[in-house]
Ligand binder design. Structure first.
Ligand SMILES: O=C(O)CCC(=O)C(=O)O
Length: 221
């Protein structure tokens, strides 16, 4: 049995599963240690909820998403395979500039209310909706979301993706990334350390995947 005292004064070495004293643990090891005690290796602040929406709701949402106009994502020197539609706020991938954008379509508002309940916030705090269409073979590279955004809640549709996490700043000795499969109809929350002290990425998907990402802003904009 691990006592509260031992959790506070020792940490579990993430690679070899041995207990070590905090002074000798890497920051990453101590950050994941408490989660390992409960059988999960995921960054603090990350929450995963399978079956967040029903199959019928997912079908309706996918039908609505198919009617949206997507744009290519152009980053310096590269055009991404995935396409995006931004609502509430627009985001320029090349400059990182965020501005007021097209209204979030009404049919996404009931979902935004549930997302806000899930995150314990008010619906209108989720000022941005990013809809991303990942064709088979597309993913998203290692990143932290732009600092102007705060809490991120993502819903996966159509097929699964795998979200991986690595500590930020990236440590010299590379560890195996932590990972969570994002099943269709699931939701996740990224907040706190999982937003600021970890990078995430989505590995290239086998099949097409859609994601709906609602984000709050750090400051009103
Ligand atoms: O597809 C997702 O759920 C994650 C998207 C993401 O990380 C991003 O757009 O910054």
């Amino acid at each position: 049995m691990v006592s509260a005292f031992s959790v506070a004064t020792a940490c579990l070495n993430a690679s070899n599963r041995r207990w070590c004293v905090p002074a000798k643990c890497s920051e990453r090891e101590s950050r994941v240690a408490q989660l390992q005690l409960f059988g999960r290796d995921l960054p603090e602040g990350f929450v995963y909820r399978p079956e967040f929406i029903s199959a019928a709701e997912a079908r309706t949402l996918v039908g609505r998403v198919e009617q949206l106009s997507f744009t290519q994502i152009k980053m310096p020197g590269v055009v991404a395979k995935r396409r995006a539609a931004h609502f509430g706020r627009s985001y320029e991938y090349e400059s990182g500039r965020i501005e007021h954008g097209a209204e979030i379509p009404n049919f996404f508002l009931p979902l935004r209310t549930r997302v806000a309940e899930f995150a314990g916030r008010d619906a209108d705090e989720f000022a941005e909706l990013l809809v991303t269409d990942y064709p088979a073979g597309a993913g998203i590279g290692w990143h932290r979301d732009a600092p102007a955004f705060d809490i991120v809640v993502g819903i996966s549709l159509v097929s699964e993706g795998t979200m991986q996490f690595r500590p930020w700043p990236v440590e010299k000795k590379s560890e195996r990334p932590l990972r969570q499969v994002l099943e269709p109809r699931s939701a996740y929350i990224l907040r706190g350390p999982s937003r600021t002290r970890w990078q995430h990425h989505i590995a290239a998907t086998k099949n097409r995947r859609l994601s709906l990402t609602f984000r709050t802003l750090r400051k009103s904009l």
